[in-house]
Design a protein around this ligand. Structure first.
Ligand code: ASP
Length: 444
């Protein structure tokens, strides 16, 4: 029988009521045997995540300030969950160890990791599952990078023969023996590693939304959920700012061909979003829309360069790009005409070196005209089906024209997986809505 690895985010484990939902979900499917919890998250909007409370304790401890009041709040949260669930468990020993470690040798990652560690103990007890400390299986090198091979080996040998286990997310141990965490939201990565190590049939990532949305709900009212998305499409959308999953969570499962299913702990009846490999057989989905998702990001600038006969001047592009390289600015897009070139860059990278970049370009290629335009937004229209559908770009143009939105740049990736358009920042929301109408509403 195959396994399912299930990861639950902080809001899914924020209080006893959420723990009960999580246990119901796990117990409703025999295959859900390896569980990766986050630390308790927010119970309501103004609440504070346990991880943030732990960072606070660390800050106080490292400046030699008494942190017992802050630490008491953390104890209260766990003790509240334990007593409400009615389990026979005391974390007093663990609390004692953590407090004295923080006093003796305060370490940031150690402090932060204790949220997942303690939550893992509570969840394992509540489910009647084995507890496996992530420090024993997730291995980092001394620079703080994950060592995937050694980790997968350690996970496999530790889980061998175990029917079930709770493995806390977010942290591991480096080769010098110190606790190390991933960046924020890193329990997603732990789940992915466990799934690839045990060759799970699926990695279920349980959170508080029913999957990825086709567009940002702050812009489009009640957008559709994306049913199926490929890893590549997800990368494109994530780059443009759509986020639900930690970026690094994709790689371990992607290389093992394991799908990720984003699910909602508060609405387990929803199918959520399935993230599948790029060569997935899509024959079932013949009725879906042409596009998969739309995402946009503000904060770009374009460097517009004009020079007669630019086209025939050898090395022109190279010289311009070298200026950017030398100034530490990376470029996003570079559409060019016969006598013009326009380079889109991240404004925050350009800003500190703006004048120097202009001067260096002047010196390098002696343009007839050179200017920088700020306040550009990039919008990505992403979809694996665009490749076999004619007229996608024409439809984008038409919807922008009807809204009198000026397209400043358009770039179709060579994979034909995405079309990027540059518009003025104040047109971004309207552009997203128009494209949503054109491709989603009108295809319904
Ligand atoms: N608890 C950690 C955080 O708040 C890790 C996680 O939730 O994935 O970032």
């Amino acid at each position: 029988m195959g396994y399912k690895v299930v990861k639950f985010g902080g809001s899914s484990l924020a209080d006893a009521a959420q723990f009960r939902k999580v246990a119901d979900i796990i117990k409703s499917d025999d295959k859900r045997r390896f569980v990766v919890p986050s630390a308790p998250g927010k119970r309501f909007k103004e609440d504070i995540k346990v991880t943030d409370m732990l960072y606070k304790c660390y800050e106080l401890a490292s400046s030699n300030v008494d942190f017992s009041e802050e630490f008491q709040k953390i104890k209260d949260r766990y003790n509240g969950i334990i007593s409400e669930l009615g389990i026979d468990l005391s974390l007093d020993d663990e609390f004692g160890v953590i407090a004295s470690e923080l006093k003796l040798r305060p370490a940031k990652d150690y402090a932060a990791s204790r949220g997942e560690f303690l939550n893992g103990i509570v969840l394992a007890k509540y489910l009647g599952f084995n507890f496996v400390d992530a420090a024993d299986v997730i291995i980092f090198d001394t620079k703080g990078n994950l060592v995937l091979d050694a980790t997968e080996k350690a996970v496999r040998s530790r889980l061998k023969g175990l029917d079930n286990a709770v493995i806390p997310g977010f942290y591991g141990r480096n080769t010098e023996g110190f606790i190390k965490t991933f960046s924020r939201g890193g329990s997603d990565v732990t789940g992915s590693i466990i799934a690839s190590s045990v060759k799970a049939e699926i990695y279920e990532n349980w959170t508080d939304v029913s999957g990825f949305l086709v567009a940002d709900p702050r812009i489009v009212e009640k957008p559709d959920v994306i049913n199926v998305i490929t890893y590549r499409e997800l990368r494109e959308l994530a780059y443009m700012g759509a986020s639900v999953l930690h970026e690094d969570a994709i790689f371990p499962v992607r290389s093992s061909g394991i799908p990720i299913n984003i699910r909602n702990t508060n609405r387990p009846q929803d199918d959520g979003t399935m993230i599948v490999s790029d060569d997935f057989n899509f024959s079932r989905e013949s009725l879906s829309h042409t596009i998969t998702g739309i995402a946009g990001r503000k904060g770009f600038s374009t460097i517009n360069i004009e020079k007669a006969m630019m086209n025939s001047e050898k090395g022109f592009g190279m010289k311009v790009l070298k200026v950017l390289y030398d100034n530490g600015v990376s470029f996003e897009h570079m559409p060019s005409g016969i006598d013009t070139m326009s380079i889109t860059v991240d404004s925050s990278q350009l800003e500190p070196v703006k004048e120097k970049v202009l001067a260096d370009i002047r010196r390098a290629v002696n343009p007839d005209h050179l200017e920088i335009e700020d306040g550009i937004a990039l919008l990505a229209v992403v979809g694996r089906r665009m490749k076999n559908t004619r007229g996608t770009v024409a439809r984008i143009f038409a919807s922008m024209a009807h809204a009198r939105i000026n397209i400043k740049m358009i770039d179709q990736g060579s994979s034909e997986l995405n079309v990027i358009i540059g518009v003025s920042e104040h047109d971004l929301s309207e552009a997203v809505r128009r494209i949503y109408d054109m491709f989603i509403n009108s295809e319904k």
